[in-house]
Design a protein around this ligand. Structure first.
Ligand code: DX5
Ligand code: ZN
Length: 228
């Protein structure tokens, strides 16, 4: 995985057909997805439950791009090796998930993955300022995590501040929650490069009408690129 700041679209398979993940992943990649975003929820850190390591390992067999695994779980550290084994390329933990985010980032890199840190809407960006040298991606949440299809919460000022804090470091800025062709440009202008989108990618399409996914992905990408 080489670093660049080009616009990347990362569909969240939280909005896919849960009985057909293999074909859904193949469809979004064939239709232009840059990364595949996998939302892991534990029913404790967030009020919803999704995928354990065996499910993520099964997704891996279909992912040809980048598997971007977003952990909404607490604790994190005891599961890092299991998600490395499952084949995550990027593993993102929440700064709110425990008292030792610095140790968590070190452990994710030591397990051979890119280390991401996610920041909830209510958390100040300064919470991650001192780990940027050991961080590969910062995920700014523009919804409270737990569910797809929620309304976008504006975090433009936070993203601008983060962009300035990052400076020349090779750190991606990812936005997660309510991204569509109207909201993605705001975040692109503020400095984001990775756009997670669940409902806005999967809406109106299916594995038998994958061209709808392609149109949805292209619309988000075009809107974000136009803002640069
Ligand atoms: C929310 C998840 C998101 C979610 C985004 O907890 O982290 O990745 O799937 O869904 P949309 O794009 O529908 O807001
Ligand atoms: Zn996510």
């Amino acid at each position: 995985m080489s670093f660049d700041r080009s616009i990347k679209i990362a569909p969240s398979i939280l909005s896919a057909d849960f009985a057909d993940f293999g074909r859904e992943i193949q469809a979004i990649e064939a239709q232009g997805a840059d990364w595949v975003h996998v939302d892991v929820m534990d029913g404790h850190f967030v009020p919803n439950l999704t995928f354990g390591p065996p499910a993520v390992a099964a997704f891996r067999k279909h992912v040809k791009t980048v598997m971007d695994v977003h952990l909404m779980i607490s604790p994190v550290d005891s599961y890092i090796d299991a998600y490395a084994q499952a084949g995550a390329d990027v593993l993102t933990a929440h700064v709110e998930a425990g008292p030792h985010i610095h140790r968590t980032m070190q452990a994710i890199r030591a397990a051979g993955m890119k280390a991401g840190v996610a920041v909830n809407p209510g958390t100040p960006i300064e919470a991650i300022e001192h780990i940027l040298d050991i961080t590969d991606l910062v995920c700014i949440m523009t919804v409270n995590p737990g569910f797809g299809g929620q309304k976008y919460i504006d975090m433009t000022a936070k993203v601008r501040k983060l962009r300035a804090l990052i400076g020349d470091r090779p750190v991606h800025i990812e936005i997660d929650g309510g991204m569509d062709p109207t909201t993605a440009p705001l975040m692109a202008a503020a400095g984001a490069d990775v756009f997670v989108a669940g409902s806005a990618v999967f809406k109106g399409g299916s594995v038998s009408t994958p061209e709808v996914y392609g149109k949805n992905i292209a619309a988000i990408r075009a809107a974000a690129q136009a803002a640069l």
